[in-house]
Unconditional design. Structure first.
Length: 313
């Protein structure tokens, strides 16, 4: 027979771990699924400088470890398994696991995050967190007086390129076409910024380094000629993809696949909440993920208590 939990959380990043902390402190019977290691994207962050409470910054894996231990202190149960499908059944949710097991829950919190679209070129994976970044807001301050490259030509790429000029001495935008697709005002601002240069009709083919990023090889898409650009850092900004496959057919998604929620993290399905990078939102940061997680857990708690007839009014 399957086990029935008050709240099941899918995903062990900052949003999921914070939701778990709040759910466990509310004495909800809580289970968290994470198919790999808890921590999510912060596991590959060398230093996080914009999370409150750490004036000198904190290593991403250390923050993930502290978050996990804090939730476990209040009784969090975790399971290293992958949820393959979710279905409503007899007023509760049935979660089918990859190992053929089944878990039932009165409420679900989806905290599966999103993944940055990668270039898939040599050196990118090896130097991730060592000069290769997917978030200027997160890592920009680490590149004071450095030379960095931004790969991409959309709004995010130019917004982050402009942000990086607050720290870096030089920002080179590499884009595969002869013009940018970003909104005109962003193009105008970037063109007027003396720290920003453009490398059009070019694609990055390799990120070079010796434990740290040193340069980027780029190829002209028209001529095929190659050159090497010096770079202390590379910001890959070619979009994100939400890890929302598990929610398809269960809750409403937007055109990009992000889960649509209200301010209480409620989805279109009763008892299903979403938090963190997987939901449609403006800012994707560790601190906002934690806020989402706390809100999701609080509302999931009250949902479960209503079902049990014990909600405090």
């Amino acid at each position: 027979m399957s086990q029935l939990y008050d709240i099941v959380i899918i995903g062990g990043g900052p949003a999921g771990l914070t939701a778990a902390l709040y759910a466990c402190r509310a004495r909800m019977r809580t289970l968290l699924f994470e198919r790999s290691a808890c921590g999510g994207q912060i596991l590959v962050a060398d230093t996080i400088e914009n999370y409150p409470g750490f004036p000198e910054g904190i290593k991403g894996p250390d923050l993930a470890d502290w978050m996990s231990k804090q939730a476990e202190r209040f009784g969090l149960e975790t399971k290293p398994a992958e949820v393959k499908a979710i279905a409503a059944k007899n007023g509760v949710y049935s979660l089918a696991l990859a190992d053929s097991g089944t878990i039932e829950a009165m409420s679900i919190i989806v905290a599966t995050g999103a993944r940055w679209n990668a270039l898939g070129i040599p050196g990118e994976k090896e130097l991730s967190g060592r000069g290769v970044s997917y978030c200027a807001t997160c890592d920009g301050p680490l590149f004071k007086a450095k030379e960095v490259i931004v790969v991409g030509g959309g709004d995010t790429a130019l917004e982050d390129a402009l942000f990086l000029t607050k720290f870096a001495d030089k920002v080179t935008v590499v884009h595969r076409r002869d013009r940018l697709r970003a909104t005109r005002i962003l193009q105008e601002r970037a063109a007027a910024n003396k720290k920003i240069e453009f490398c059009f009709n070019a694609v990055a083919t390799e990120i070079v380094g010796d434990g740290k990023c040193r340069a980027v090889k780029v190829k002209d898409v028209a001529t095929g000629s190659e050159k090497t650009l010096k770079a202390d850092g590379v910001f890959v900004l070619v979009g994100m993809t939400p890890n929302s496959d598990i929610a398809k057919g269960l809750v409403r998604l937007d055109e990009k696949g992000y889960i649509i929620t209200d301010d209480d993290m409620k989805t279109s399905a009763d008892g299903v909440f979403a938090c963190g990078d997987v939901r449609k939102k403006l800012l994707r940061q560790v601190v906002t993920a934690c806020g989402d997680g706390a809100t999701a857990a609080f509302n999931a708690q009250h949902y479960v208590e209503r079902l049990k007839g014990v909600e405090y009014k």
